[in-house]
Design a protein around this ligand. Structure first.
Ligand SMILES: C[S@@+](CC[C@H](N)C(=O)[O-])C[C@H]1O[C@@H](n2cnc3c(N)ncnc32)[C@H](O)[C@@H]1O
Length: 235
C-alpha cells in the first residue's frame, strides 16, 4: 500500500514528498519546474514545494491545467503556470533556468521528443533532476511498449483496452489525435516506454549529472514488469 501525504492533499504520495524535501534540503534549491504536474494531483507537488521551501521562482507546465490549479496558483506570485507540451523547445525556453526539474510519472509517456531527449533539453537549464517513474524491469533494455504488440502491451500497462484513450488504440495508432498535432502513437496520454534504470542512469550521467539518491518504491500495482523508482541526480 502506498503511503499518502494527508496534510496538503489526500492524493500525494509520501515517497514523492520525501524526494522533494530531500533534494531541497541537500542541494540548496530555490527554483524549480514541475513538468506534467496536474493530472490526479492538481499541482500538489508544486504547492508542497512552494509552501514548505524557500522558493523564489517556479513553473508548473502541463497540456491540461485545471481551474483548481489556476485558482490555487494565484496565491503564489513566484509561480508561473505554463500551458503546453514541455517537450517543445519553445516551452522549455519559457520555463528557463531553474535549480531543479520534477519529472513525476511523466518520463514513460514522452515521445517526439522521446524521454531521453527531454532530459537532454532540460539538462542545459537545470542542475538537479528529481524523478519518480514507473521503471521497466522486464528486460535488460528499454522498450517502446507499443512495439510489444496489442496483447503484450495490455499485459504490461495498468489500463484495459476499453479505457478512455486506450479504446481501439491499436486500430487508431496512425490517426491524428483530436487535441494534438500528432498521431495517436505519439501522444503522452498513453503508456509509451518501459525505461530501465541502467538506461535512465546512463542517459543522465552522459549529460553531466551524478546519481545522488535512489529508492525502490515498490511494485506498480499488479504489473509484473514495472516498479516505482525514485531518483535525484545533480551536477
Ligand atoms: C500521470 S500524470 C502525473 C501527474 C503528477 N506529476 C503526479 O506525479 O501524480 C501526467 C501529467 O503530465 C502531463 N503531461 C505528460 N506529458 C506531458 C508533456 N509532454 N507536456 C505537458 N504535459 C504533459 C499530463 O497532462 C498529466 O497532467
Amino acid at each position: 500500500m502506498p503511503l499518502f501525504h494527508r496534510k496538503s492533499s489526500p492524493t500525494l504520495l509520501q515517497d514523492k514528498i520525501d524526494l522533494i524535501d530531500l533534494a531541497f534540503s541537500r542541494f540548496d534549491l530555490h527554483s524549480f519546474a514541475d513538468l506534467g504536474g496536474v493530472w490526479g494531483v492538481e499541482g500538489g507537488y508544486t504547492f508542497h514545494a512552494l509552501e514548505k521551501h524557500d522558493v523564489s521562482a517556479a513553473a508548473l507546465v502541463d497540456t491540461h491545467p485545471t481551474e483548481v490549479v489556476k485558482n490555487r496558483a494565484r496565491k503564489f506570485a513566484q509561480l508561473r503556470l505554463i500551458k503546453g507540451n514541455f517537450g517543445d523547445e519553445t516551452i522549455a525556453r519559457e520555463v528557463g533556468d531553474v535549480d531543479a526539474v520534477f519529472l513525476f510519472d511523466v518520463l514513460l509517456h514522452q515521445v517526439a521528443p522521446d524521454w531521453n531527449r527531454v532530459l537532454e533539453i532540460y539538462s542545459h537549464q537545470t542542475r538537479c533532476f528529481i524523478i519518480y517513474n514507473q521503471q521497466w524491469i522486464g528486460s535488460e533494455r528499454t522498450v517502446r511498449l507499443l512495439e510489444l504488440g496489442e496483447e503484450e502491451y495490455f499485459k504490461n500497462v495498468p489500463h484495459e483496452p476499453t479505457d478512455g484513450p486506450y479504446n481501439g488504440l491499436f486500430q487508431k495508432l496512425e490517426e491524428k489525435h483530436p487535441d494534438h498535432d500528432r498521431r495517436w502513437r505519439d501522444v503522452h496520454h498513453i503508456w509509451q516506454w518501459g525505461i530501465t534504470d541502467s538506461d535512465l542512469t546512463a542517459t543522465i550521467e552522459s549529460l553531466g549529472f551524478k546519481l545522488e539518491f535512489t529508492k525502490n518504491c515498490g511494485r506498480m500495482g499488479d504489473l509484473a514488469n514495472f516498479e516505482n523508482h525514485a531518483f535525484v541526480f545533480s551536477k
